[in-house]
Structure formats: structure tokens, C-alpha cells
Design a binder for this molecule. Structure first.
Ligand code: ZN
Length: 223
């Protein structure tokens, strides 16, 4: 389906590149505008290198620059929401939802992509996903965008069943990797993920297996 405008809502710089870059690139190639609402600057990330290349203050600057670069690679409009990393779960959900609702009513997207609350591994992911879904729920049902929720926990298939949307993003894989690699401060973690496959496969193939599909559940609002 041709979307009018897609809004992606995740808490961290790099969530967009790992989670939805292929889907985003596909939309941009169709000329669909995409906006990324990024909750934090990931300044509490544990990855500061050995020896450390950053402290908490410089890490937020570094990750902000990486985020801007990745969004320019993905050709998306970026809005930074300015919450503090690792504290989103303690923010008043209603307050975050109100803020998001205001932005959504301004942009009027046809599709919102976010994390699936309780199946997104990191408390910030769960909190941001819950707030995004709450924001859409608070909208007039006639003008609500469709919501695609991304589950990443190991148990999600067992608990939620098969995802409704499975995008094969291998045609956009090189561009997706370029976006991921903009997040250089996170790169050692990224490479580490594929190290177990190192002996049997080359890294690109291993990465393709893990990152070549982007899956989402369509959120159903009961009221
Ligand atoms: Zn994240």
C-alpha cells in the first residue's frame, strides 16, 4: 500500500538502522516521506571503547552526530525528543504520549512504526513503544494511523505468533549496513553479534541472515 507519511518512533540512535532501515529505504525510494522521532541520545550506552574514546558528556555528542549521519544516509527527517537515556521507563507515560500525539497530529502520518511493548527487550524500547501506542490510541479513531509494532525478544514468536508484516529487505541491504555503520561508537558491539558465525560464514552473509528481514505486528486498538 502506498503510504502518505511514515513516522518511526524508537528511543535510541541506531534502533532505526537495525530495526527498520530496509523498510525506511523502501518507502523513501517510493517517494514516501519518513520522519524518525528519536527518544534519547543513547548517552548511557555501555560501549565507550577500550581504551575509552568517550565519557558520558562526549558520548551524547558523538551519538548525536552518528544519528544525524545515519538519518541523512536513510534520507529521513529527524526529530530528537531529548529524553534521557535509560530513564524513559520512569517518565510519565501519559506525558510522553501527549507529546507524541501532538507531533502525530501535526505530521498526520498514515503509518507509525515502533517497538512492541513488553516484547522489545530493553525497558526504554518497551516504554517508548507503549507511549507511541498510547499516543495513537488517544487520537480520534477516524484519523489514527496504522501502527506496526516490532517485537525483538526471543520469546515473541511463541507468545505472539507469526508477525503480520515481514519485509524482505535484502534488496536494500548495502544501504542498511551503511546506515548501521554510521553508528561507529556502537560498531564493536555490532561486529561482535556476528562473531560466532565468523568461522563458518563471512560476516556479510551472517549479517544478512540476521538483518535481512524486518517484521512487525499490526496493533489492534480495542476502543
Ligand atoms: Zn535501542
Amino acid at each position: 500500500m502506498m503510504e502518505k507519511h511514515v513516522v518511526v518512533i524508537y528511543p535510541h540512535p541506531d534502533d532505526e538502522s537495525f530495526g527498520a532501515a530496509g523498510t525506511i529505504i523502501n518507502y523513501r525510494e517510493q517517494g514516501v516521506p519518513v520522519t524518525y522521532l528519536c527518544g534519547t541520545l543513547g548517552e548511557m550506552g555501555r560501549n565507550m571503547g577500550a581504551p575509552p574514546f568517550a565519557n558520558r558528556e562526549t558520548l551524547s555528542k558523538i551519538r548525536k552526530k552518528e544519528l544525524v549521519d545515519a538519518c541523512s544516509e536513510l534520507d529521513v527527517d529527524l526529530r530528537m525528543l531529548g529524553y534521557r537515556d535509560k530513564t524513559l521507563e520512569f517518565e510519565d507515560r501519559r506525558g510522553v504520549a501527549e507529546l507524541l500525539k501532538g507531533i502525530l497530529e501535526e505530521i498526520r502520518p498514515s503509518l507509525v512504526i515502533t517497538h512492541y511493548p513488553d516484547y522489545a527487550v530493553h525497558p526504554d524500547h518497551d516504554a517508548m513503544g507503549a507511549a507511541a501506542i498510547e499516543a495513537v490510541r488517544m487520537m480520534d479513531p477516524k484519523s489514527r494511523p496504522t501502527v506496526w509494532a516490532q517485537a525483538i525478544s526471543n520469546d515473541h514468536l511463541e507468545e505472539l505468533g507469526r508477525p503480520d508484516i515481514v519485509n524482505d529487505v535484502r534488496p536494500f541491504f548495502d544501504k542498511k549496513m551503511n546506515a548501521i555503520l554510521c553508528h561507529k561508537s556502537q560498531a564493536s558491539g555490532i561486529l561482535g553479534q556476528f562473531q560466532e558465525n565468523w568461522a563458518t560464514d563471512d560476516m556479510k552473509e551472517a549479517a544478512k541472515k540476521q538483518l535481512g528481514k524486518e517484521a512487525f505486528y499490526i496493533w489492534h486498538f480495542r476502543e
